[in-house]
Structures are given as C-alpha cells and as structure tokens.
Design a protein around this ligand. Structure first.
Ligand SMILES: Nc1nc2c(ncn2[C@@H]2O[C@H](COP(=O)(O)OP(=O)(O)OP(=O)(O)O)[C@@H](O)[C@H]2O)c(=O)[nH]1
Ligand SMILES: [Mg+2]
Length: 425
C-alpha cells in the first residue's frame, strides 16, 4: 500500500491530477485546504490517496527509498552524554593533537608527504593552507553578529563554526557554553586551523544530542505509543507512517492497532480511519476518558498500539487535561510512551513553551516534523539538550510511509551544520 498526495486550486483539480497520474484505482483518504484564498494568493487543496503498490502505473514517478533500506544507526548515537565538560575531555583524549581522527565527511586526511618532497614544496603547501584559512576568517569577519559575552576570547579560527551554529537557531546560552568548553578543552594544536575546530565542535555536538534508539517490543509484551502535540504538526500522518513501518516495513511484521482520542467529539477519527482501512488495522475510538483502558484491552492481540490525539494549542489546558485523564485512568498493565510531536520550523523559545505546556503528560521522547521545511536545526538541538528528553523520530516530508527517519545525532548535527539533505536521511 502506498499513500500519495496531490494538490490543486480546487479539490476536483487535485483529484483530476491524481487520476491522470495513477488512474482510477486509488482510494480517497482525505481532502484538506492547505492555503486559503487571499489577496494575491490562490487557494490550495491537497488530497491524500491510498493505492495498492501493484496498481501504481509504471509512469508514476518512483517512490523514495523505503525505510528498511536506511542505514542502521551507528553505535555512537547510543552514547548519551549530558555533561559537556566530560564530552569535551573525552574527545580531547581520543583525538591526537596533531592527527585528528574524526570522520567529518568533507574532511580529507592530509596525505603523508612523499619521502623525497623538496623542503620548498612543503613550505609552499603550508603557506597555501594558512592562506586558505585566512580567507575563511576574513569571510567570516563580514558576519557582524558576535557574542558580546565571549567575543574577546573567540579566536578567528572559531568564527566560521560560531556563525554556522548561531544561524542555526541554537539557543545563545547553549552555544556560548559549548564554545567556552571547546576553547578550554581543545588540544592547542587543533585550535590553529578552522577545519579541525569545526570537526571538534561537530563531534562535541553529536555527543550532546540525547537519542532514543528504536527497540521492538520484547516477546510477550507490547509497545503503546501516544503522539501528542499542537494542532497540525503532523501527528496523524506520523502515526500512519509508524503504523506502516511496524506492520510491514521492518524485518519482522508486527501486529499494529490504532486508538484515536476524540474526546472533543470533533470527528478527528475519519483521517486515521482511512489509513486503518488501507492497512487493514484494528482501530478504536475513545470519546470519554474512562473508555481508554477498554480500547487498549480490546487491542491486546497487537504488538504495537498507536494512539492519536487531537491537536491542542499549548495554551489550551482543557484538551491537554482530557488526554491526562485518559493516561491517569489507564487501568491496564501497559505503559504508555508519550511522544511530543513538534514542528522543526518554530524557534527554540516557542518549542520550549510547547514542551512546558505538554510536560504534565509525562513526555518520554520528542519527535520533530517538517524538517524539509526549515533551514535551521539548532532549535531542535537546544530543546533536546535543555530538556534532556531523547529524540525518537524525525519526519522529513508528507509522504506516507517513506518520510520518516529514526533519530540519530549524526543526522541532526549534519543538518545543523550543512542543511537538510534528503539523501542523507
Ligand atoms: N512538509 C511536511 N509536511 C508534513 C510533515 N508531516 C506532516 N505534514 C503535513 O502537515 C499537515 C498536517 O498533518 P496532520 O498529520 O493532519 O497533523 P496533526 O498533527 O494530526 O493535526 P491535528 O490532528 O489537526 O492536530 C498535512 O498536510 C501533512 O501532510 C512533514 O514532515 N513535512
Ligand atoms: Mg490529527
């Protein structure tokens, strides 16, 4: 089964496009108005179509790589270190002052000079390297937003990395703290060159991102996962992606059941119901909190139970309270993992307010969506760093089920320093 989206100025225009591209075999899951008509702006509608894989005509552009083909996470991502000084000291220890050992992708280890390289040639090469570094430093001098606190201490070789991290939306206190630690613990020899500074800083950042590795349920037990978060952040789409992942994209196929909380009776059920129909999954609706345990019980044959909730503004205490009542009244033996879903496109301060407002639900992990719609990723880094809550997943687009990535610190820091690149997901 594949889920495809098509857009148009009217729903029927979007439907026409869908018919032209995939024929009549699809099933309409949802119609959404994604942009209202406004002065100088056309309205935009999106329709979501589900279709069996075998029914997609060859002429339809190929789907992106499925999740199971993604590289497994590196062991390093498991190392969660919250103490910056320790991380910095550790990196200093493993790094030889003269022969750096990081695997920064754009960095090529200097080749050992041939034995008979004339001394003059060696000197010229050293001069060229120094000049290249100076040019970088001069380029970065045009960037005028410097830290008032530690400006005086920042050597010019650090300017590039400082600018990149600062423009990424990272919280300023975090950045300055990390800079201070880097300056303090970095082997002297490495400080002379902006490339080694960058690699050192990148490795340090990677060590600072808390990540929750995905672990399948143990034999005889199950995972119950609830997605909560503000309105329109991509909770339902992410539930559909995760349900597809667990039920048919992993090595083992798990039984997945869905629960939707519709405690405000706003008809939040239909969108997920369509996905459930497509994937042939059991689905239960909870209208009153006391029904929550019953819903979980009736899905006890499942390995995974995914719970969708209504979006609520972080200030809408009423809706958050209803979710709390469900969790609080859970009489089953199952532990519910609460995943707070947030868009990566909002600034750190807003992420923090959102986190604070949902924290009463006992957030276990963080999931960030819409990575494809943003340029800076320092806000994500800062929230995870500040709250010490591990990140579990990233959503990198609208396509179900492809656009989901298991969180890894390598991936986040790569995005932070070099931008989002779909091929590295
Ligand atoms: N670009 C982009 N769009 C996304 C992503 N995830 C979800 N969306 C889109 O965001 C819109 C809202 O997604 P939903 O899954 O309905 O969001 P929700 O959080 O369930 O919304 P409510 O139930 O109304 O709170 C849809 O148009 C999705 O296709 C993403 O990672 N990138
Ligand atoms: Mg929803």
């Amino acid at each position: 089964m594949k889920i495809l989206t098509f857009t148009g100025r009217t729903p029927s225009e979007a439907l026409k496009k869908a018919k032209m591209e995939i024929g009549d075999e699809g099933m309409l899951i949802e119609t959404r108005e994604v942009q209202k008509k406004a002065l100088g702006k056309e309205p935009l509608y999106e329709i979501v179509i589900g279709i069996e894989e075998g029914m997609i005509p060859n002429t339809y552009p190929n789907a992106k790589k499925p999740l199971r083909k993604q590289k497994p996470l590196k062991k390093e991502s498991e190392d969660i270190l919250y103490d910056i000084s320790n991380a910095a000291k550790q990196i200093s220890k493993i790094s030889d002052a003269t022969t750096p050992q990081f695997d920064y992708p754009n960095y090529t280890q200097p080749k050992t000079a041939p034995e008979y390289e004339p001394k003059e040639l060696k000197e010229i090469k050293t001069e060229i390297n120094k000049l290249t570094d100076k040019v970088k430093i001069i380029q970065n001098m045009f960037w005028d937003e410097k830290s008032p606190d530690i400006e005086a201490q920042i050597p010019s070789e650090f300017a590039e990395i400082y600018r990149l991290a600062s423009q990424s939306g990272m919280n300023k206190e975090h950045l300055d703290g990390l800079m201070r630690i880097t300056l303090e613990h970095m082997p002297f020899k490495m400080k002379e060159n902006s490339a080694t500074v960058k690699r050192y800083f990148q490795t340090l950042l990677r060590k600072m991102v808390p990540v929750r590795m995905e672990t399948p349920p143990k034999l005889g037990s199950k995972k119950v996962i609830m997605l909560v978060g503000p309105t329109g952040v991509g909770k339902t789409t992410s539930i559909a992606k995760l349900a597809a992942r667990y039920s048919y994209l992993m090595e083992k196929r798990y039984k997945v059941g869905l629960v939707v909380l519709d405690t405000y009776r706003i008809g939040a059920v239909e969108q997920l119901m369509q996905y459930a129909r497509m994937m042939k999954l059991g689905i239960e609706t909870v209208v009153d909190p006391p029904e929550f345990s019953k819903a979980l019980d009736s899905l006890k044959y499942c390995d995974y139970i995914m719970i969708d909730t209504m979006g609520s503004s972080p200030y809408d205490k009423g809706k958050i309270e209803k979710i709390y009542e469900c969790l609080d009244g859970n009489t089953t033996e199952y532990n519910v993992d609460v995943v707070l879903v947030m868009p990566s496109s909002i600034k750190y301060e807003d992420l923090k307010v959102t986190y604070d407002n949902f924290s009463s639900l006992g957030v276990d992990t963080l999931m960030f969506t819409k990575l494809d719609e943003t340029m800076g990723f320092g806000n994500i880094f800062s929230l995870a760093y500040e709250t010490k809550k591990p990140i579990s997943y990233f959503s990198v687009g609208q396509e179900v089920p492809e656009d989901l990535v298991c969180a890894s610190s390598d991936f986040l820091i790569e995005c932070l320093l070099h931008g989002f690149n779909r091929s590295k997901a």
